[in-house]
Design a binder for this molecule. Structure first.
Ligand SMILES: [Zn+2]
Length: 339
């Protein structure tokens, strides 16, 4: 690996692994957790675009002239399915704020990606071997057999160093619905503590994870729409803040990444933490500068954030008697664009 970390400058396999890791082991396009072997490197601004088209895109997205499309600030991990769907000559990048927020994420992660690629380059032979093992293609029967035979020894040695280090995430989806019965699969990625908590919740308290998520997720989506509505009514428009219609959710992803419990004495308290991402649109209207003519605009918002909620189960209560606390939005980052 040379000094410069960019696509095509040396070991793209290492770059692919690091991008996969830094972007949360998932496809940046469909957001699904994905096996490393199904991950490819995607150029946000496409490498296939002709020079004129590239210049045009740089202008559209306000990027500097020397923007390097092979730099990690323009790279993200994509799954094979999405890469195929997106197509090699596809001009579809979605709404401007959605695309800009992807570029923003890549820019924020750039330094970490470069540092990790360099660290792997500087490290010893063992890193190379462990990397090869952790990215091995387990669909190949012979590789899989060897992996199953020797991998447990690695896990055991790690446990000898510190048993807390031997943890892993299991990922699955729970089907829920949001407004208008729109289906939404909520992703759960839980470590050992999270899995144990889910077992207590379902096994001991007889509270179904599906029921809890169904109800809280619908509430969370309602809250996000409410916040977006408020955001849209404060934007700068030609004649002052507009009046916004009800926002419509065009895309939403909700993931739970932490589940824990606490015994408070009279009750068990289950805490859920997660993150979300959504695109919403609403019609905006305002009076013209002279107070007469009505201006119609569309507002598009892309929002990211974190949330949490608590579910309590009282030892003295009926099984059905569950206290579902409010959904609290933690961080909130939004990009709004009018057209
Ligand atoms: Zn995908």
């Amino acid at each position: 690996m040379g000094d410069i970390v960019r696509y095509g400058s040396g070991n793209d396999a290492v770059l692919r692994f690091v991008l996969y890791d830094v972007w949360g082991k998932r496809c940046y396009w469909c957001h699904r957790p994905t096996d490393f072997n199904a991950i490819q490197i995607d150029h946000l601004l496409p490498q296939q675009a002709g020079r004129d088209r590239l210049e045009e895109l740089k202008t559209t997205y306000g990027l500097p002239d020397d923007f390097d499309i092979h730099d990690p600030a323009n790279l993200a991990p994509i799954c094979i399915d999405c890469n195929g769907r997106r197509g090699k000559s596809n001009d579809e990048y979605g709404p401007v704020p959605a695309f800009l927020s992807q570029l923003d994420k890549a820019r924020q992660r750039r330094d970490t990606v470069i540092k990790q690629v360099k660290n792997i380059g500087l490290s010893t032979k063992i890193t190379e071997h462990l990397l090869a093992a952790s990215t091995a293609n387990l669909h190949d029967a012979r590789i899989r057999e060897a992996f199953e035979e020797h991998a447990p020894a690695i896990v055991q040695r790690l446990a000898l160093l510190d048993e807390k280090k031997v943890d892993f995430l299991t990922m699955w989806y729970v089907d829920t619905t949001i407004e208008d019965d729109k289906p939404l699969s909520v992703g759960l990625s839980l470590n050992a503590r999270g899995r144990a908590t889910a077992e207590i919740l379902e096994g001991m308290c007889r509270i179904s994870l599906e029921d809890v998520l169904q109800e809280r997720v619908a509430e969370l989506e309602r809250q996000i729409r409410k916040y977006v509505h408020a955001d849209l009514e404060t934007i700068e428009a030609p004649a002052g803040p507009p009046t916004a219609g009800p926002p419509v959710t065009t895309f939403i992803r909700i993931d739970i990444d932490l589940l824990d419990y606490q015994n408070t004495g009279p009750a068990l308290e289950f805490t859920f933490h997660g993150n979300f991402e959504a695109s919403m649109s609403a019609s905006l209207s305002q009076c013209g500068p002279d107070g007469g003519e009505l201006l119609e605009l569309q507002g598009d918002t892309v929002v990211f954030g974190t949330f949490s909620f608590v579910v309590s189960w009282h030892f003295s209560a009926d099984h059905a008697d569950v206290d579902r606390g409010e959904c609290v939005i933690g961080t909130w980052e939004s990009d709004t664009h009018t057209s």
